[in-house]
Design a protein around this ligand. Structure first.
Ligand code: GLC
Length: 449
């Protein structure tokens, strides 16, 4: 009984500590550098996520260690064979560019604890534990700098290998003790974050993941954001902080992340945090069903689906961070490359209706979504939905912002005028009778006076 009471006391202390960490930054105000970075981030609208680690060798996604019930000792032996001979940062960045994406976010260290960069804070990294001995993050950072591509770093708060990393709901069978003294683990994370923010040029964002491992679990953990966040902003005042925790953003965070979820839809059922009206939003999504390379997963979304997903996120005022999982040989899978190229082609024609736009005038509608910039608003009509939603060939656009509409035309055909009526309650627009059914997105341009 005594022991029980003691552990309740310890748990409530921990819970209080967790709460205090979150509130310690309560008075956080974004610096001018952050405000500028947030604006740029929003304008980019489309980024590519790269999940890559020694787990790619297992070909089972990035959770191979956890799902196979391996000990970390056994799992980590794969590092000794990691030699991605085809890895070429220039090819990767060029493929991302050709896709029309405006930034890259790469896993520097995932839950398996393996560091893809030359870290002096551990030997379990690309330089000391593999025969490859090339700093992948340094090569990518240099290439991103050359091609003017902002680089973001995914960084896991979980470590299924280190014996000082607090055990949460996952990775319980990997050989870590049940209880740890996390001080050295937090020192280690600070050591690595300092490396990442001082050695690789400008870092666009630190993208945390893994908070959910303790959140709402019987053993809460103080993630010490009151130490980690200021450290990041001290080292790079313009580096955004995002945290994939699925809850309301903590003070000190600069973007809100939605995992496999278009903001507000909560299709994945994980999000309990609402949608921020002040922070830029980002939805991360897989191209097939996996983040890390999974050889049995050829279930790729079609190009049309991916385009519609990008348009749907922009139409909810959010960025899309679309994932690729490179193979163990360093190549991005061919199926992913094809889709990237096709998206780039589409954006080459319609990019103006996506990049640098906002979507705050008209909420998503049964026929599609809207984006806008300056004196123009674009209706992204999804044909299959529109055929169902349109009445007498007309769609209703609840635009109530007051500006008078000057013209409505199919995007790219300013000589064709579409009939419209404008009321206080919104617009009624007549879609062309010959609107194609086989395009992912039919765009109508509304110009205001
Ligand atoms: C989840 C997964 C993790 C993945 C991340 C990407 O948190 O656990 O493996 O990296 O989503 O959003």
């Amino acid at each position: 009984m005594k022991k029980h009471l003691l552990s309740i006391a310890v748990l409530s202390l921990l819970a209080a500590a967790a709460a205090s960490s979150a509130s310690a930054q309560e008075n956080y105000q974004p610096s001018p550098e952050i405000v500028k970075a947030q604006e740029q981030f929003r304008e980019n609208r489309f980024g590519i996520f790269i999940h890559w680690g020694i787990y790619s060798m297992y070909g089972q996604g990035e959770w191979a260690l956890n799902y196979n019930g391996l000990t970390h000792e056994e799992y980590s032996k794969m590092a000794g064979g990691f030699y991605p001979a085809d890895f070429d940062a220039a090819e990767w960045v060029s493929a991302v560019k050709a896709a029309g994406a405006k930034y890259i976010c790469i896993t520097t260290r995932h839950h398996d604890g393996f560091s893809m960069f030359d870290s002096k804070c551990t030997d379990y990294d690309i330089m000391d534990a593999t025969p490859f001995r090339r700093d992948i993050i340094a090569e990518l950072a240099a290439e991103c700098e050359r091609q003017d591509m902002p680089l973001h770093f995914y960084y896991s708060l979980i470590d299924w290998g280190r014996t000082d990393a607090p055990r949460g709901r996952t990775g319980q069978g990997t050989g870590r003790p049940e209880a740890t003294d996390p001080d050295t683990y937090f020192d280690f994370m600070k050591c690595q974050l300092t490396e990442l923010l001082t050695r690789y040029g400008n870092v666009g964002c630190i993208w945390f993941d893994g908070n959910w491992d303790h959140e709402e679990w019987e053993q809460p953990l103080d993630y010490r954001y009151d130490e980690l966040y200021p450290l990041i902003h001290e080292l790079q005042p313009g580096c955004l902080i995002g945290n994939n925790h699925h809850i309301t953003p903590y003070p000190g965070e600069n973007i809100q992340i939605f995992e496999r979820d278009i903001p507000g839809e909560n299709t994945a059922g994980w999000h309990s945090g609402g949608v921020s009206t002040t922070l830029p939003l980002e939805t991360c999504q897989t191209m097939n069903g996996s983040w890390g390379y999974r050889m049995t997963d050829q279930n790729y979304k079609s190009v049309d689906e991916l385009i519609r997903y990008l348009v749907s996120t922009a139409g909810r005022d959010a960025n899309l961070l679309l994932n690729v999982g490179p193979q163990p040989d360093g190549n991005i899978p061919a199926a992913a490359l094809e889709r990237l190229a096709a998206m780039g082609e589409w954006l080459g024609t319609y990019g103006e209706t996506i990049y640098g736009t906002r979507s705050t005038l008209v909420k998503p509608q049964p026929w599609g979504v809207t984006t806008h910039k300056d004196d123009r608003m674009w209706l992204h009509v999804f044909p299959a939905d529109a055929f169902k939603a349109a009445a007498d060939g007309q769609i209703y656009v609840p635009y109530k912002d007051g500006r008078k509409v000057a013209s409505v035309t199919p995007y790219g055909s300013s000589d064709v005028k579409l009939a419209f009526k404008q009321y206080k309650e919104g617009l009624f627009i007549t879609l062309p009778e010959d609107m194609p059914a086989d395009v992912p997105d039919y765009i109508v341009e509304v110009t205001f006076r």
